[in-house]
Design a protein. Sequence first.
Length: 291
Amino acid sequence: ARLVRYLFLNTKMEAHLQGWLSKQGTGALGKGFKRRYFRQKGTLLYYYKQDKDDNELGFVNVAEAISCDIVDESKHHFQIKTPKRIWQLISENENDFKYWVDGLKNVIERLNSDENSLPRQSVRLETMENRIRDVEAKENLLRNALEIAAQQLGKNVEDLLAEAEGKNVDDDDNSNNNNNDEQEQPKKQEEPQGNNDSGKDDNNDNDETNDVPEKPEGVFEVKEEEGDEKPKRFKATVLYDYAAQQDYEMTIHVDEIITVLSKHGNGWWLGATSDGKQGYFPGSYVQQIED
């Protein structure tokens, strides 16, 4: 579905950048570089085994690219940073190196400058969808916590919510009543006559139990949608600097340890810094810390 969003724009644009590059792999057979022929069509940079091939092996979505950075100019090594993956590429000579780096930077800059373009609108829409899913996940977490609290107190959720909603009103009423109570002090009640022994055990007090109270009526259950995955939090080390560009994003720095709160398919993850700040950042910019 994500690819379809770009097809309209791509069909209206002719191929621009093209040529041979060595691309680093990510498969189980190793991370060596393989020579591939790249051809740009719109916002997609396809790569092929041979320059005459029609069937591509894959593509880089330049519309999602954050930047094109030089890694080692002497080795003609550069990278395309996207939220999903850091593409490591090597050109065959100095002229090709300049051709690719300058060309890709121009494409990315042009896309970034046009916030109303179809690719940018698509990325923005996906980010909004991620934020909605994260808010819903947090709401489910709070509902589960409220259910547990209701069970421990032997109440139902609706009663707890009613108490919470009425608290502010009650506080205002009590504040007004306290002013009147200062003028009229209540009379002290006299102690009742009798032979009550404060040290005498009441048989009813021995009926305490450690059993967990049954689930009261009115407590709702949160049902998970089919296919949903519970977010698994983990620590990660930041590999690349990223400066937040939106108010919902998070600035991260190299070697910083952050907590990943949720992962999303478009590569933008939700995280938190050590001082509690939360926001989205490119998932490819961090590496999970193994337990």
